[in-house]
Design a protein around this ligand. Structure first.
Ligand SMILES: C[S@@+](CC[C@H](N)C(=O)[O-])C[C@H]1O[C@@H](n2cnc3c(N)ncnc32)[C@H](O)[C@@H]1O
Length: 183
């Protein structure tokens, strides 16, 4: 099946089954960032059924970049692996099963682009755990920061405390992302 058709069907499946996949507009924006910055290694927290990971991988695979994505639901992880096969991006994606809070401290690599889309109340913990893995001048994006602002316990305070500059970008009609360029 043609990849754009597959992505449309995966998105429709997500809507019908309440899988909180990123929007098509957000996917396009993040692909454009990958295109511009060309990270060699990208990290995603929260794979779900792999919709966003496939979108990232399609851009990364054009120049040999790689994605590591973490998911703690085995059902979602299995669905994602199947979807990676169907989209022919398995070579580009290392799909890890487990709690990101446990896996992140074991990753001994740097990631130039991190996309945080896990449990919102642990956003601050995810950010803290990835911070030292991201080199200067690179990017951390956090999804759903408008709709779930209140759920992100300690996150906003953490940004203030650490004096971390950020932009809130209202990328969707009802939600947005935080973009941090690490300095
Ligand atoms: C918003 S969905 C991710 C959607 C996906 N990024 C996409 O756009 O297609 C969040 C996912 O993160 C997973 N998750 C939440 N907290 C997690 C954690 N601590 N470790 C691993 N996965 C987690 C959930 O099981 C869920 O599938």
């Amino acid at each position: 099946m043609e990849i754009q058709q597959f992505l449309k069907e995966l998105k429709a499946f997500g809507i019908a089954n309440e899988v909180p996949n990123i929007s098509e507009v957000n996917a396009k924006f993040l692909q454009d960032l990958i295109f511009l910055k060309k990270p060699q290694k990208m990290l995603e927290i929260g794979t779900a059924n792999g919709y966003s990971a496939i979108q990232f991988a399609l851009e990364l695979q054009k120049y040999g970049g790689k994605l590591t994505t973490i998911e703690f639901s085995s059902l979602s992880h299995e669905q994602a692996l199947k979807n990676f096969e169907r989209a022919q991006v398995s070579q580009t994606i290392d799909g890890r099963l487990g709690n990101a809070l446990d896996i992140l401290p074991t990753l001994n690599e740097t990631y130039e682009f991190v996309f945080i889309d896990g449990m919102k109340r642990r956003t601050k913990d995810f950010l803290e755990l990835v911070w030292d893995k991201v080199p200067a001048w690179w990017i951390i994006i956090i999804d759903d920061v408008i709709k779930f602002r209140e759920k992100m316990v300690g996150f906003w305070e953490y940004l203030e405390e650490k004096n971390i500059p950020y932009n809130i970008i209202p990328i969707d009609v009802d939600d947005g992302i935080v973009m941090i360029i690490k300095k």
